[in-house]
Design a protein around this ligand. Sequence first.
Ligand code: SF4
Ligand code: SF4
Length: 335
Amino acid sequence: MFSNLKIMKNLHISKLHSGGLITNYFCSSKCRHCLYGCGPEWEKRYIEQAQVEKNLLKVKSLGCTSVHIGGGEPFLRPEALSEVLRVARKVGVSVEYVETNSSWYKDENEACGLLDKLKSEGLDTILVSVSPFHNEFIPFKKIKGVINACRITGVNIFPWLKSFVPETGSFDENKTHSLDEYEKRFGDKYVIELISRYGLTMRGRALKTYAGKLNRRSVEEILKANDSGCYELADISHFHVDLFGNYIPGLCTGLSIAVDDLGSQLEMREYPILNMLYDRGINAFLEFAVSNYGFQPADEYLSKCELCFEIRRHLVLKRRISSKELQPVEFYSNV
Ligand code: SF4
Ligand code: SF4
């Protein structure tokens, strides 16, 4: 099937710069911008110690000696998070920060007790999510509670993003608030403006959220404007490795390289889609999917990445293609 694909350049991740470890995809929130499509529907699986060690030793061997920890919501399994920190210390990879949406906060005593324990295992900084997307699921009171507990226990706070505090703080902090409420209060363009204010990557669940809000372009226009390979796949400046041993290339969620295969050129036999996208881009991928898998494109898409996602969704959910480069499979049904 792939015999007539002519690839000049295979993808090869030979070094890593900066990235994160995804401990779990299940989440107490289901934010409408989530790049990883996380939410409560995901299988309740958390990274195991052996996988933490394997992932971190691999990224270290490729030149990256510090990572952040994210999810899903890493704090949903505090004991397991504690183990992750312990293993990171053991293998000599430092943890820059752990991300949280603060949903786990109940009261000051409990939060301080947990943070003290995690601090003793190496927790230095928490990235506390503050945004209208998160506020649809998490009352601001919990976020303030975590920030206060960090101050008491001496854990550093990295609020992401601080500039949303006045807006989120203007609503009742005991309740959640929808994006519609934000639009009513701050104007019709509010949700559109979040794209630049938040620095959104227009992939994952953001594609669905913004599908009807942004200009769409014809397939022909998209193909014409993107007639070369997707070099984004080789970006090593903000990579992620997950609990299943997947490396997510660039920020192209739903595409995957097995952690074991990092450091070597990807073989065409095992990674036809990634090599095709990297070398020849969306034009070749569309042609491949139409010819081999009966994919019928719609008239318009937001971008090449939406078209790419819809092709991959067709392959995974409709054609039931099982492939190590289209992982995790749950992403395609839960995004
Ligand atoms: S953005 Fe974070 S808090 Fe929101 S659904 Fe995704 S992982 Fe969960
Ligand atoms: S088209 Fe696909 S591979 Fe290329 S940048 Fe977008 S999501 Fe990544």
